[in-house]
Design a protein around this ligand. Structure first.
Ligand SMILES: [Zn+2]
Length: 75
């Protein structure tokens, strides 16, 4: 335990593996993986939009639109 306290919640900060962490807000990893997911989804959406503008296949258009709809719900 260190003598410092978390800026967000005021909990005492711990030192682990050379990093200062708060036992109460340990969402740091979740947040960064959420950001990675968002980034991947945005990238995928851009790819799908490109494909959508290029394809004339109705089945593919339908499929792409469904995928875009799912992505929209996730981000
Ligand atoms: Zn905290």
């Amino acid at each position: 335990m260190t003598s410092r306290h978390c800026e967000k919640c005021g909990y005492p900060l711990f030192e682990k593996d050379g990093k200062i962490i708060c036992a109460n807000c340990t969402e740091e990893e979740e947040e960064s993986s959420q950001l990675a997911t968002d980034a991947a989804l945005h990238l995928k959406r851009a790819e799908l939009l490109t494909r959508l503008s290029e394809t004339k296949d109705l089945n593919e258009i339908e499929h792409i639109l469904k995928c875009l709809h799912f992505i929209k719900e996730l981000i």
